[in-house]
Design a protein around this ligand. Structure first.
Ligand SMILES: Nc1ncnc2c1ncn2[C@@H]1O[C@H](COP(=O)(O)OP(=O)(O)OP(=O)(O)O)[C@@H](O)[C@H]1O
Ligand SMILES: [Mg+2]
Length: 245
């Protein structure tokens, strides 16, 4: 099977700070791949390099057979690489509908955009009811749904989610993962960055654990869940940060 996304030998650094080192990962068409790891492991840097907002020092990113390592962000968006960033970045002074239309700014098919908006409103009645209200009226969970809705309007082929469950109530986390599974069942390929390892491993087809910019383990979710290196990837970082007595 040829991968939809193929990352090979990727290194990213910020000045002297190394964020990713010689990292390779692929995502097959139709998969949910979970990328797990503690704070500072390099998860956002990886998504940034794929989305084109972070320039890698070394390595290659191939999407649907095309080398996109040096492609600008709009070209990647046009190919269907869509990122829902950490912290959602909803424009709170715009209405819900205006936020959704941000996702359509590269599209030239107003009829199709209308249809997609109706589909999103059907999926999210909470957004539909308040479509002409400022997005600031939404709860954190609803804002995450809006951010995903906005990404869907861009017609993704690969949806990248950066810690979508962060700060959400358990109930909303349940809804969120239901939505992730549903979108995937409809054919969407998803690269999911999460610190909520339980939910992410339950939804994913494959998982990789990142520690200090390197993948320390990858494989089937059940194998990753039961591997002591998963806990170590989190504890290791905490132990490093905690003073030793
Ligand atoms: N803009 C930046 N300038 C300097 N260093 C950065 C920058 N962004 C990230 N880093 C550093 O790069 C490393 C990886 O950070 P990154 O944000 O990719 O990790 P992360 O796994 O997404 O963490 P978190 O779970 O906190 O979101 C960290 O050491 C971080 O301090
Ligand atoms: Mg991050």
């Amino acid at each position: 099977m040829s991968a939809l996304l193929d990352i090979a030998g990727l290194s990213v650094s910020y000045g002297h700070v190394s964020a990713l080192q010689d990292l390779s990962l692929s995502v097959g068409e139709g998969e949910i791949v979970a990328l797990l790891g503690a704070n500072g492991a390099g998860k956002t840097s990886l998504l940034g390099a794929v989305a084109g907002v972070v320039r890698p020092r070394r390595g290659r990113v191939t999407f649907a057979g095309t080398d996109i390592t040096a492609a600008p962000v709009p070209a990647r968006l046009a190919r269907g690489l869509v990122l829902v960033p950490e912290g959602r970045r909803i424009l709170v002074s715009l209405t819900i509908e205006e936020n959704l239309l941000v996702g359509a700014h590269l599209r030239r098919d107003p009829e199709g955009v209308r249809r997609d908006l109706s589909g999103i409103y059907e999926r999210f009645p909470n957004l539909a009811r308040r479509r002409h209200m400022a997005a600031s009226c939404l709860s954190g969970g609803e804002q995450q749904m809006l951010a995903i809705g906005r990404a869907m309007v861009a017609r993704p082929r690969l949806l990248m989610l950066d810690e979508p469950s962060l700060g959400l109530s358990p109930l909303f986390i349940g809804h969120l993962f239901e939505l992730i599974r549903e979108l995937n069942r409809d054919g969407l390929t998803i690269l999911l960055v999460e610190q909520n390892t339980g939910q992410a491993l339950a939804a994913a087809h494959r998982a990789a654990v990142l520690e200090l910019g390197r993948i320390v383990m990858a494989g089937a979710p059940a194998a990753v869940a039961s591997d002591p290196r998963l806990a170590e990837a989190y504890l290791g970082r905490a132990a490093e940060a905690a003073p030793l007595h």
